[in-house]
Design a protein around this ligand. Structure first.
Ligand code: SF4
Length: 243
């Protein structure tokens, strides 16, 4: 049986985007193909994965990584699916494990639990492999950092995602450049101006500061010039004290 490395499995409250407040099961997978300056997540493959022994208790037991898919399904079955809106497949970048997810997600869907994919939106070929098994896609639009620019790959990814319930999330800090924001807005507008777009002020980290209140208002107005549905939602799990 195929194995998959897992960072952690737990029950909590979604703290970002339009599903904020929804109770979800979180399956966090390790590794990422990016290295965003504001990343707040450990992305290495841990020797042991953290599994919440009683869902929602924040009491974890450690299991050896990687874990067999059958075993992971058995662990998931200890969760009360009726309590949860969906299962969030998150990371890291979960699409790095597309081959494994291609086998795991159909098993999860047998429990009628919607699959919510949180992705940085840069691996469109890997998305192809699991798209039929995904219900909701939270796709990042990454503003350029260092030498890295993602516009083309993001557009490809977004077009593939349109068959699903997809929304966009753009993390912004006080040094975001106007031209990059315009490019992000135009990319979305060219694909579908009615797509829900979330501007997420960065949570202060590594000397990276949140935008000033005035900046956020100006940027929302900039996006609304071409898009129909633009909301500003910060990371709420941070001040809720949730994982
Ligand atoms: S895409 Fe997400 S997990 Fe990957 S480096 Fe960026 S913030 Fe971290």
């Amino acid at each position: 049986m195929l194995k998959i490395p897992v960072t952690e499995l737990f029950s909590s409250i979604q703290g970002e985007g339009p599903y904020v407040g929804a109770r979800q099961i979180f399956l966090r997978l390790p590794k990422c193909n990016l290295n965003c300056p504001y990343c707040d997540t450990e992305t290495i493959i841990p020797e042991k994965c953290r599994m919440e022994s009683i869902p929602g208790s924040k009491d974890f037991r450690m299991l050896k990584n990687p874990i067999e898919l059958n075993e992971l399904i058995e662990l998931l079955r200890s969760y009360d699916f009726s309590l949860h809106h969906s299962i969030s497949i998150t990371g890291g970048e979960p699409l790095l494990w597309a081959d494994e997810l291609q086998l795991l997600l159909p098993l999860i869907r047998e429990y009628n639990l919607p699959v919510y994919l949180e992705t940085n939106g840069t691996l469109p070929k890997q998305l192809d492999k699991i798209l039929p098994f995904v219900d909701i896609i939270s796709m990042d639009i990454k503003l350029p950092f260092g030498e890295k620019v993602f516009w083309n790959v993001h557009e490809d990814f977004l077009r593939k995602s349109l068959s699903k319930n997809v929304f966009l999330k753009i993390v912004v800090d006080e040094k975001a450049k106007l031209q990059d924001l315009q490019n992000a807005r135009d990319l979305i507008a060219n694909v579908d101006p009615s797509l829900l777009t979330i501007l997420q002020p960065v949570t202060k980290i590594n000397g990276i500061e949140s935008p000033k209140p005035r900046q956020i208002l100006d940027w929302q107005r900039l996006f609304l010039e071409k898009l129909k549905n633009v909301r500003v939602i910060p990371q709420t799990h941070v001040f809720m004290g949730q994982l």
